[in-house]
Write a protein that binds this ligand. Structure first.
Ligand SMILES: C[S@@+](CC[C@H](N)C(=O)[O-])C[C@H]1O[C@@H](n2cnc3c(N)ncnc32)[C@H](O)[C@@H]1O
Length: 259
């Protein structure tokens, strides 16, 4: 069966906010707000239900985004109200379909890995880079999967758990393809449903190479949005890249470590 990238969002949209919770949302929002001024134009790849986009818009940024899942965009639009968020149904590997240039583009919560082949991941970054204004940023938060936690290329873990619901995630690993195929099994009041997802995870060096090929420079890589130094044991990365040019003011803003 060919994997449909919209399947995850379509199956998950109605309970996504509830089951995922805010996660690193506030830290992500604070990190992005340090990089750009109110009124700046930012684009989210795989915007989902607006977990990060809506607080950014509330903080005065002009937020654009796309998502391949019409269901996810539907949930986002039901919450947008008068906030400046413009989102459309579309594949991120086609690049941001917006007029004019962007000050920042971002992929959080491992979303770039939802594009499941290397060539399209590289095309996504190249298209983003082409849309950035000189000095504009590309931010990618992603998982660095713990391959040692797989046994015979399989793993089962418990996600959300309360007295009414449990989410059990079953994963298989295809090491040469860098693919993790998962089914999140949600049991809610005795009702069972499955949410499929395929991830092509990207190692830091590979992400650097894709960004380098797109003409972006690495600003920094951390283990989280607080700019904690990354260590060999870390299972996540926050990587920030910049398109050359633009004013030097931005470099001052990015150099400060957040509390
Ligand atoms: C892990 S969720 C993250 C959503 C949101 N960025 C957040 O942080 O809450 C990944 C999102 O990417 C979307 N997605 C998957 N493949 C995509 C593609 N090729 N183009 C655009 N969006 C995609 C999914 O529908 C889903 O909403």
């Amino acid at each position: 069966v060919r994997y449909d990238e919209a399947a995850y969002g379509d199956a998950y949209a109605d309970s996504y906010d509830d089951l995922q919770g805010p996660l690193n949302r506030d830290q992500a929002v604070a990190f992005i707000r340090q990089l750009v001024r109110p009124g700046s134009r930012v684009f989210e790849l795989g915007i989902g239900t607006g977990r990060v986009a809506l607080p950014l818009a509330a903080a005065g940024l002009e937020v654009f985004g796309c998502d391949i899942s019409a269901e996810m965009i539907g949930v986002l639009k039901s919450k947008t109200g008068t906030l400046p968020v413009q989102a459309y149904v579309g594949d991120m590997s086609a690049g941001p379909q917006v007029e004019g240039s962007l000050d920042l583009a971002y992929s959080v919560f491992g979303t770039l890995a939802c594009v499941v082949d290397q060539a399209r991941q590289a095309a996504t970054i190249a298209a983003v880079a082409a849309k950035l204004a000189p000095g504009g940023y590309f931010l990618a938060e992603s998982e660095l999967p713990d391959l040692a936690s797989f046994s015979n290329c399989q793993k089962v873990e418990v996600g959300h758990l309360d007295q009414q619901r449990v989410m059990i995630s079953c994963h298989t690993l295809d090491l040469p393809a860098q693919l993790i195929s998962s089914q999140h099994v949600v049991v809610d009041n005795g009702q069972v449903r499955t949410i499929p997802i395929l991830f092509r995870y990207i190692w830091p060096a590979e992400l650097d190479l894709m960004c380098h090929a797109a003409g972006l420079e690495l600003v920094g890589r951390w283990s989280d949005f607080r700019r904690s130094p990354i260590t060999p044991a870390d299972r996540g990365q926050v990587a920030l890249y910049r398109k050359p040019g633009g004013s030097s003011e931005r470099e001052v803003e990015v150099s400060g470590r957040s509390k």
